[in-house]
Design a protein around this ligand. Structure first.
Ligand code: SF4
Length: 352
């Protein structure tokens, strides 16, 4: 592991926690647990899952405290850090042909241009990672510390194609890495950014077939369409999905869902809502999303929101007085949905 870049500065103490009881305060620095230096959040989570701890703290005045703690093995200390991963975030070493960061307008907030690719952020915040900047030791550490689930951007299992799509000649071994992780009980949610005439069609069939063999520890696979902005300059000449192309993808995936339900009892592969919007086709039914395993990826977001909206609307008493004007700011794709909501609210208030 690299040399330590940051001090583990404590930024928050939970009320009634072990930390509060022992007098640990904001701006104290965590130096070690059971004699081991904390290199990152994985070390911290691993080391505190013990029932006896010797915690070394540097107080604000420079005094060093060593605290002995007896606790349940799964009990938290109740501290948060100013840097949630306790280390410098790993940046991505790819140059993807579809990179969304490369397509941002200029002169925006600096942090928007940071390309992270860090399995610790995947575990903590759900970020998708490509597994391309991990050493074999990093993979072993994920397994040893049982860092699970991890969200992986797979795109294709064809080694040569993946290397080209990610602009990284070391990107081809993704299936091998996924197998190693899943065989060691790490759960993975997979993602494919689908690019017309790149990783779709037969390539997509092959990828789904390969990944389905890693079910159930590769739990689900989301397919999202490539996004292209008007700020794309001097980049790969990317085609975009239109109504016809999106309809073809829907047919292909619905075919796969039928096959996989028979074979493994789940649809396994799900399309993001944009495909149905582009194809102007009805979204799958609520139950077809099988508990919405990839909702943060925009898979089933509209269906779930609409379902919840309808349930709330039903629960509003018929005699409620409703005479407000509501404005909603939304993206282009969701505008029809919000118009539908508006009509339903108008109808309900017309009933009173
Ligand atoms: S992994 Fe690819 S898409 Fe993600 S930030 Fe890096 S280059 Fe961009």
């Amino acid at each position: 592991m690299n040399e330590k870049n940051y001090k583990n500065v404590i930024s928050k103490i939970e009320p009634d926690s072990i930390a509060e009881e022992l007098g640990i305060e904001m701006d104290d620095i965590l130096l070690s647990i059971n004699g081991k230096e904390i290199m990152d959040i994985l070390d911290y989570l691993f080391l505190i899952s013990d029932d006896y701890l010797e915690v070394e703290i540097e107080k604000k005045d420079g005094e060093i405290w060593v605290l002995e703690i007896d606790k349940d093995y799964d009990e938290d200390l109740g501290i948060e850090f100013d840097n949630p991963i306790l280390d410098k975030a790993k940046y991505c070493k790819n140059k993807c042909i579809f990179c969304f960061v490369d397509q941002l307008p200029k002169k925006m907030r600096k942090t928007l241009y940071f390309k992270d690719d860090d399995s610790r952020l995947s575990f903590l915040q759900g970020n998708f990672v490509t597994l391309t900047n991990l050493t074999d030791e990093d993979i072993d550490r994920i397994i040893e510390y049982n860092i699970s689930p991890i969200n992986v951007s797979i795109h294709t299992t064809n080694p040569g194609l993946r290397a080209r799509m990610l602009g990284n000649r070391n990107a081809g071994n993704v299936l091998e890495r996924i197998k190693k992780l899943t065989e060691n009980r790490i759960l993975i949610n997979g993602q494919i950014v689908l690019c017309p005439n790149v990783n779709d069609g037969k390539e997509l069939d092959n990828t789904i077939e390969d990944l389905n063999s890693v079910y159930p520890n590769l739990h689900s696979l989301a397919i999202v369409p490539v996004g292209v902005t008007k700020f794309r300059e001097n980049l790969y000449s990317m085609e975009i999905f239109d109504k016809e192309k999106a309809s073809k993808v829907i047919e292909q995936i619905h075919r796969w869902q039928g096959v996989l339900k028979e074979r493994i009892g789940t649809s396994f592969v799900f399309l993001s809502d944009e495909f149905y919007i582009m194809a102007q086709k009805a979204l799958p039914k609520y139950d077809d999303y099988e508990g919405f395993p990839q909702i943060e990826n925009g898979v089933g977001l509209i269906r779930k929101l609409e379902y919840e909206f309808n349930e709330h609307l039903k629960s509003i008493p018929a005699d409620i007085e409703f005479n407000k004007t509501i404005s909603v700011i939304t993206g282009f794709s969701a505008q029809k949905l919000y118009k539908r909501f508006g009509r339903k609210i108008d109808k309900k208030s017309g009933e009173t």
